[in-house]
Design a protein around this ligand. Structure first.
Ligand code: FPP
Length: 245
């Protein structure tokens, strides 16, 4: 069956938990690092296709706060891959009107990674076709904890009154303050968990889980996910009849 993507029913904000690099490599008898390098190829292909389709926001979970517990060597490899990818893809981001945005505790990353991120974010900040957000040293609970602390501080300083604290104020204190809510969240590798990713922002998101490991998640797999998304009815608490008027 041919799956045609309806360009008018695309998610505005697509978020992806890229999982399974290690298992992909182990299954092939390769070192885990090769799973990550092939994972970078998937990132490139998916960004390209998201851009072609015209989805304006893509957020990728590249490194969680929990990933700091991995062996030092693997963390080093991932950080080096990040720097290398940011350098090699920089021109492409500029040419294709893509804005790079990083969320998470960026100050916890090695200085060399921070410098690269700051450089690319600054140079692409006026780009408008796609906002490519990379979550690094990211944890949703940490994000919420920070937001709450900052709001409390502002209440204490009388910059804002407690009565004014609502969902829009909370949104403005999250790392994702400039992004819309997530419409579709994809997780690869067969795990059916959220793993501390964008807990607030996925309140109404459609969830899509696939057994495919991230290095094998390419254009065709993305189309499958989008096709599946487009055949769901998003009701936001309303009845089906109300939606279909
Ligand atoms: C999950 O696989 C993947 C990661 C923790 C890292 C994802 C990073 C990349 C794809 C490369 C860098 C990213 C960018 C944006 C250039 P896993 O290692 O958890 O796999 P496993 O669960 O099978 O062990």
């Amino acid at each position: 069956m041919k799956k045609n993507i309806d360009k008018y029913k695309l998610p505005k904000h697509l978020a992806i938990i890229m999982d399974g690099n290690g298992r992909w490599a182990e299954k092939k008898g390769l070192k885990r690092i090769l799973g990550h390098t092939n994972g970078v190829d998937s990132v490139k292909e998916i960004v390209e296709e998201v851009l072609n389709l015209g989805i304006p926001y893509l957020t990728l979970y590249a490194f969680s706060t929990d990933n700091w517990n991995r062996p030092k060597k693997e963390i080093g490899t991932l950080m080096n891959l990040l720097i290398k990818s940011l350098r090699s893809e920089f021109e492409k981001l500029l040419e294709n009107n893509i804005r790079l945005n990083a969320i998470g505790d960026i100050s916890a990353l090695p200085k060399s990674v921070q410098n690269e991120i700051n450089h690319v974010s600054e140079k692409t900040k006026n780009n408008t076709k796609l906002v490519l957000t990379i979550a690094l040293s990211y944890g949703a609970r940490e994000e919420l904890e920070n937001a709450i602390k900052n709001i409390l501080r502002e209440v204490k300083n009388n910059t804002i009154s407690m009565e004014k604290v609502d969902q829009s104020i909370i949104n403005k204190h999250l790392y994702t303050r400039n992004l819309p809510d997530v419409d579709l969240l994809i997780r690869t590798s067969g795990e059916k968990r959220i793993s501390n990713f964008l807990l607030w922002q996925i309140a109404y998101a459609e969830l899509y889980f696939t057994k495919v490991y991230w290095p094998d998640f390419r254009k065709k797999e993305l189309h499958n996910a989008l096709f599946n998304y487009q055949n769901r009815e998003r009701r936001f608490g309303k009845t089906s009849k109300q939606i279909n008027i």
